[in-house]
Design a protein around this ligand. Sequence first.
Ligand code: PLP
Length: 438
Amino acid sequence: MSYSDWRQRSARHIWHPYTDMSAFETADFPVIERAEGSTLYDIEGRALLDGISSWWCVNLGHSHPRLVRAIQEQVGQLQHTLLGGMSHPRAIELAERLAHIVPEGLGHAMFAADGTMAVEAALKIALQYWVHRGEPQRTRFIALEDGYHGDSLAAVGIGYIDRFHRPFRAALQPALTATAPRCARCPHACQPETCDAPCFAGMQTLVHAHHAECAAVIVEPLCQGAAGMRIYSPAYLRRLSALCREYGLLLIADEIAVGFGRTGAMFACGLAGIRPDILCLGKGLTGGMLPMSATMVTDAVFEEFQSKNGESRTLYHGTTFCGNPITSAVALAALDVYEEENILGRAQKSAVTLRNGMASVAALLDDSPLSSLGMIASIEIKASAGGAARAVRMVQQAYQRGLFIRPLGDTIYLWPPLNIRESDLQQMVDILTEAAQS
Ligand SMILES: Cc1ncc(COP(=O)(O)O)c(C=O)c1O
């Protein structure tokens, strides 16, 4: 079977996500057969570096032997059972382990199979929480402009990105949105060391005006991923956390992308020193190997769902594969690996290489603004350097040279596995340097 046959069959029968299908049958895209570490291998054995960790999730590299073994061991024992009205050891162990590593007090996990459903659960929990508290009018959410929280209609309502979601607009329940912080283009010329987030004023005004009708504020802590890897200051999050407490609003931290070490700490909320009321986790939870997510809540939130005076307070929510034994087993193994292989320590070193390398690439692009935090680095290509069209060209050039990345509008970025080999990381940077020079 030739490469073009595989591509044609793929384009004919798979509706590829976030992909313009009109020209896809004749497009040059990789068909991957196996992967190891930071490298994907296509059906002809060609190596391709995975510069975006297969959509921001393969934190521990592909085919990590500990994770593969965990799947093999679990698969022979128990493949699936439900969590409605029964339980199983792997999910119990995982919920306990998570409770110990997330910011203190978030001790209860509702599992799901993907990030979108973790957000969906968070929104429903927030709404029902206020019903039980006797304030059912709190039905709206506050979010940041250009935030992204998943692809269900509820998630798209609170994470509306016009270029993606315009056709769904009429069916959405839109969030109230505050101007997002954006350190790479700080209008106040703040310095990271002394910033006290003057850009927070918009959020403050919004919360002040609308808190009584709102259930929660939801944000992607420290980095708005899909918006273009827009990194912002922990000071903003601290002020948000304090404001939510002041007005009695729930704070939902969507760490589906940044959780599990991406920002330099295990959780971005931990880095900022805050504890949200609801925390959404996914992607890196299983080291990106199998689909699993979790919505963690505090005792105070959980308590509101205890039936009282004969009134049932059940949360009627849960998906078939939530807390599946195999995904739970691989998540437990991933937590072992994060700890035992000192993934955060290794990532800290690699983050320096990543930042320095991307700074050199940014310099070649007419000094386009660089944003970086932990193992995230992005360059918003200036219009003078070609903007979005240049980003697309660079992505194609990188692919021809053996690096797979995807642009986000006018932004190119690297989001490598946290345990990437230094030589692989250097090669990613070298390829982007060549792409910027050509
Ligand atoms: C911040 C954030 N929330 C939610 C999601 C949705 O997760 P999933 O694609 O697993 O449904 C994503 C996916 O990229 C994300 O980045």
